[in-house]
Ligand binder design. Structure first.
Ligand SMILES: [Zn+2]
Ligand SMILES: [Zn+2]
Ligand SMILES: [Zn+2]
Ligand SMILES: [Zn+2]
Ligand SMILES: [Zn+2]
Ligand SMILES: [Zn+2]
Length: 271
């Protein structure tokens, strides 16, 4: 079966009691074929796996990674605009593995492109954007112009840069440490009650895609969805969920065991 075929054949499982099924028309396409099983989104509008997939895919194609309902509010010309979470879209669009991969990669790339960091330069207090997010050594063009010599400060301790650069861990100033790394190193271990025979696992992990620190709420499976980049990964082995699932399953230990405490914060690769 080709991927395209799988996408056209996507259907709801009529026995799925977590979905609310309706027989009225599709609120996205207005299709009213009485033999099609449709389900209600959290906002109350009816969709099929195909109409929801097509709509959300078109949003991604336009560079939008926040999914909003395009249906018209009852009897008005006003759009619903309710925001749907990716988890909700993934479930009600019955996204295939290939679609999930496309959605997650596109969402992560769009979020990363929008994301930028500013800090205030200790010399002139103007906002400086960091160009290389893996380098703490940041050059201030304003100070450099004013003093007619290169002015560099540390993105982490916000003092004048000391020692050789570039560096991603710290500068040469006393007490320049990465608080996120300290947390990763010093956090207690945790257990995931629903995962069988799991060895103790650090309670804080850095998202392998964007580096945001995350805690598992200890419910459900091993995987966790990053709130910043929207990419799902395995909290135990730190592989992305599809990679972990190739050799393990949701509630079993990972084939490579518990990944050791992270010693570096992954940095987001902006495309
Ligand atoms: Zn709606
Ligand atoms: Zn400056
Ligand atoms: Zn520093
Ligand atoms: Zn899960
Ligand atoms: Zn992330
Ligand atoms: Zn895993």
């Amino acid at each position: 079966m080709t991927t395209q075929r799988q996408e056209q054949d996507k259907r709801y499982d009529p026995a799925d009691s977590t979905l609310k099924f309706v027989t009225r028309q599709d609120d996205i396409t207005l299709d009213d074929d009485p033999d099609t099983l449709r389900a209600e989104m959290s906002c109350g509008h009816a969709v099929t796996p195909q109409s929801l997939t097509a709509w959300c895919r078109s949003l991604l194609d336009q560079g939008q990674y926040v999914f909003r309902c395009p249906a018209l509010k009852d009897g008005t010309v006003q759009k619903c605009e309710a925001q749907w979470s990716y988890q909700e879209v993934r479930k009600l669009a019955v996204l295939t593995a290939a679609e999930q991969q496309h959605f997650e990669e596109t969402m992560a790339a769009l979020a990363a492109a929008e994301y930028c960091e500013f800090k205030s330069c200790p010399g002139c207090h103007t906002c400086v954007e960091r160009e290389d997010i893996s380098n703490l050594n940041v050059h201030c063009t304003v100070c450099s112009a004013v003093t007619a010599q290169a002015f560099e400060f540390c993105w982490q301790c916000l003092r004048v840069w000391k020692g050789p650069g570039p560096r991603s861990d710290r500068c040469g100033n006393n007490g320049c440490t990465n608080k996120d790394l300290e947390l990763l190193k010093g956090c207690p271990t945790t257990s995931l009650p629903q995962v069988q025979n799991l060895d103790p696992c650090p309670s804080i992990r850095a998202c392998p895609t964007c580096g945001l620190l995350l805690e598992h709420d200890r419910t459900g499976c091993k995987n966790i969805l990053c709130s910043r980049c929207q990419v799902e990964f395995c909290f135990v082995c730190l592989k992305l969920t599809p990679a972990c699932l190739q050799t393990s399953s949701y509630f079993l230990p990972c084939s490579d065991g518990v990944a050791p405490r992270q010693e570096a914060i992954p940095s987001w690769k902006r495309s």
